[in-house]
Design a protein. Structure first.
Lengths: 287, 312
């Protein structure tokens, strides 16, 4: 489909250089540079000794200097604890979604029970609720139960997220029902069918779900910043934001901190890009 | 369906005549499987939303409180601190209108440029556009704040190259909001490009071939074939970005932590401040309800469109 458009963009062979072609590639390359520049600039600053970050003209290429990182890990003493908190919180949320979104996605896709569609639409309707609306009540609960600085205060509300249920239902609907029936005839229990048949068959969708959930909550800021008050319990985004106030003009250090926080997600994306973009698209498919 | 019949035949419960037992033998697993997810939504979404609605009519403060005050919170929400919330609403609407329009046009434009390319190039550019979107909004905002730095920022360096005076991007109240908008516009709308790209790739190629036979040029084909056929995606992306822009927070909170007067207040930064600077939970909830109504209005449009989706 794409080729036919190319063939007709100009009547010439695809390799020929035409004005529209040059304009098109210029636009694509220029926007790519604009898209990647802030991230590039973050890394440049992270590898530039702080005293060199404040000069004109700025150095456009990174130095091979690690002094910012050394200072980051010696001054921002909690950095690794932020990192660990982010990992624990994000894994805690992701594991919940992998198991329970698949369970409910399976039920919504294949099981028949009265009220199924109503329940599904009730859950889907939560898409309309801005997360900010739940902040005040949840914050009051966290205060009253003294859950401030507890990682559970961030993990538990993360469990109410609709994307995975939707994704898994869509995917499991496409699986053949014969396999479950064969399992039943062989005397497999309902949980056994889920565990041995549905879960393994859903692997591609699970990958997309895991990656999407992981990135979404790794980067979450507003709620964690409300309930994690003391530095050792911060997550990375909350910690990075605090670097700004604590080391206000030490740009090298701030960007070293940002770079280390961003790196896992960048590596993650480059490794699993396919699943990732699959997840973006799945959100758009109608239920 | 066949699967429930088989369960019945194989299970000893067939002998039971108690309708309650029969019901649960038959449907119990379905309910059991959706229960954990439903519980999470009940506790962390439905209960807080209902409570927020109740609090919005109460005088609720950190230590106790809870007397009914009628609509006073809603009145206070708009009048407290000389009506800063009204300004925040205006700023958010301006932000939404400009960034959504720009995002849609840029997204459509880039996806259209990608459409004729080979799979390899499409994958490459999609990834290049999407990469920044996987890092946290906080990091992006920290970086933009640095680019906007009046003395040492990259943007003023570029302006200096052409001999222009440095601009106080984030500290001048007249342009701080515009600077924030600028940073959003210059962030490629990655999800939009990916969604438009997927929609365009699913258009059957015969449509274009038929148009070729009629002698239609590339622009004509784009206008008469591509645009109408990705209409539902376009609507979806518009709603997606509109809702996201009404909920803008991190960007503003990080780039101008203490605000530049009221010129950079948005709905969510106001809610945040009402909670953490004024400790007036009732007023904050009333403000959150205003946001709720705005977002639901857009979401309803989205759901309507979901149902009337056109297939081709």
């Amino acid at each position: 489909m794409a080729l036919s458009v190319a063939r007709n963009a100009g009547r010439q062979a695809p390799s020929k250089i035409t004005v529209p072609r040059i304009l098109m590639w210029t636009a694509l390359i220029l926007t790519t540079l604009i898209s990647l520049f802030p991230m590039y600039w973050m890394f440049v600053t992270a590898f530039t000794p702080t005293q060199d970050t404040i000069k004109t003209p700025p150095d456009l290429f990174p130095h091979a200097d690690l002094s910012n990182f050394e200072r980051l890990f010696s001054s921002a003493r909690d950095y690794w604890s932020w990192f660990a908190n982010s990992v624990i919180i994000t894994l805690g949320i992701t594991f919940f979604h992998l198991i329970f979104d698949t369970l409910s996605g399976y039920a919504f896709a294949k099981k028949k029970f009265p009220g199924r569609n109503i329940l599904f639409w009730i859950i889907i309707s939560t898409l309309m609720i801005p997360p900010q609306v739940t902040l005040v009540p949840l914050y009051i609960v966290v205060q009253n139960f003294n859950l401030r600085d507890s990682l559970w205060a961030v993990i538990l509300p993360g469990w109410a997220n609709v994307f995975g249920i939707f994704l898994m239902r869509q995917y499991i609907q496409t699986l053949p029902t014969e396999l479950e029936e064969a399992g039943r005839i062989d005397g497999c229990s309902e949980l056994g069918i889920f565990w041995r048949i549905i879960l393994p068959l859903s692997r591609p969708a699970l990958a997309a779900l895991a990656i999407f959930t992981f990135v979404r909550f790794w980067n979450d800021f507003l709620w964690p910043s409300m309930v994690l008050i003391k530095s050792p319990s911060y997550t990375l985004p909350v910690g990075v934001a605090s670097l700004q106030t604590e080391f206000s003009t030490d740009y090298g250090l701030i960007f070293a901190g940002s770079a280390v926080a961003a790196l896992p997600m960048i590596a993650f994306f480059l490794a699993f890009q396919k699943y990732f973009l699959e997840g973006v698209r799945a959100g758009a498919v109608k239920g | 369906m066949a699967d429930t019949n088989i369960t019945q035949v194989n299970s000893p419960a067939v002998q039971s005549t108690n309708p309650f037992v029969l019901f649960f033998r038959r449907y119990g697993w379905g309910y059991a499987f959706v229960f954990p997810s439903f519980l999470a939504f009940a506790v962390f979404t439905f209960f807080p939303v209902i409570w927020a609605f109740i609090i919005s009519f109460q005088d609720f403060r950190p230590r106790g409180g809870g007397s009914w005050v009628g609509l006073q919170n809603y009145i206070d929400a708009f009048t407290t601190q000389n009506g800063v919330f009204v300004e925040a609403l205006q700023n958010t609407v301006i932000y939404a209108v400009v960034t959504v329009t720009a995002n849609i046009f840029i997204g459509l434009f880039l996806a259209s440029l990608l459409q004729p390319l080979s799979n390899k190039f499409q994958t490459f550019f999609r990834a290049a556009y999407y990469l920044p979107a996987v890092t946290s909004a906080v990091i992006i905002a920290v970086t933009w704040r640095w680019l906007f730095n009046t003395q040492w920022g990259f943007l003023n360096f570029l302006l200096g190259l052409v001999g222009a005076e440095p601009v106080r991007w984030l500290s001048d109240p007249d342009i701080a909001l515009q600077s924030i908008i600028l940073s959003t516009v210059f962030t490629i709308p990655a999800a939009g490009v990916v969604l438009f790209n997927a929609a365009m790739n699913s258009i059957p190629k015969d449509f274009y071939e038929a148009a070729d036979l009629e002698g239609a040029g590339p622009l004509r084909k784009w206008w008469s074939i591509t645009l109408p056929l990705i209409k539902s995606t376009t609507l979806y992306v518009v709603v997606l970005y509109t809702i996201a822009s009404f909920e803008v927070f991190e960007k503003v909170y990080i780039m101008v932590p203490s605000g530049v007067g009221n010129s950079t207040q948005t709905i969510v930064t106001q809610i945040y401040q009402t909670v953490f600077s004024q400790f007036r939970y009732g007023v904050a909830s009333a403000q959150a309800m205003v946001l709720f109504v705005i977002v639901v209005t857009f979401a309803v449009i989205q759901f309507r469109f979901f149902r009337t989706d056109v297939e081709y």
